[in-house]
Design a protein around this ligand. Structure first.
Ligand SMILES: [Zn+2]
Length: 160
């Protein structure tokens, strides 16, 4: 039997073009929240905020490292406190507590700064984490790490 050359069933190639999906990957500067009456964020202003947050991140990391080194030194010193009198030990304890408080504070600020950068990328920067209202561009420029609007911030502070 001779194999007959069967013309390949010309499968209609599916060429229906898929519309280029509009990817909302990067948030547009103009999408960031502002208060009524404020001008939208410009790309330059977003860059400035980002730059400030990034250099703040660097500064805090350095601060945390030197704080940790100072603490390690203090811990070492307290080990051989044979020659210290009580006042000396007391001073060292205060210094250590102070140093620990500084490090904790710097870590907290670093977390906030990193979160602000994430929010900047996600396009939620400038929106109050509590009520969802715009925090306001002026406030964000004064406090780039702000996560709460003035009203929510005041409410939070009154609780303490
Ligand atoms: Zn709020």
């Amino acid at each position: 039997m001779v194999a007959k050359k069967t013309p390949g069933t010309a499968a209609a190639a599916d060429t229906s073009a898929v519309p280029a999906a509009r990817l909302a990957a990067t948030a547009e500067p103009g999408d960031l929240a502002v208060r009524p009456g404020e001008d939208p964020w410009t790309a330059a202003e977003v860059d400035e905020a980002r730059g400030e947050l990034q250099s703040e991140t660097e500064r805090l990391r350095t601060e945390i490292t030197s704080s940790e080194e100072a603490l390690a030194g203090l811990m070492r010193d307290s080990g051989d406190g044979a020659g210290d009198d009580e006042a000396d030990t007391g001073t060292k304890n205060i210094t250590r507590e102070h140093e620990m408080a500084l490090a904790a504070n710097a870590r907290e600020m670093l977390t906030q700064t990193e979160r602000a950068l994430e929010r900047l990328d996600a396009g939620t920067y400038g929106r109050c984490e509590n009520c969802g209202e715009p925090i306001g561009k002026a406030r964000m420029q004064a406090f780039p790490r702000a996560t709460l609007c003035v009203e929510c911030k005041q409410k939070q502070e009154r609780r303490y």
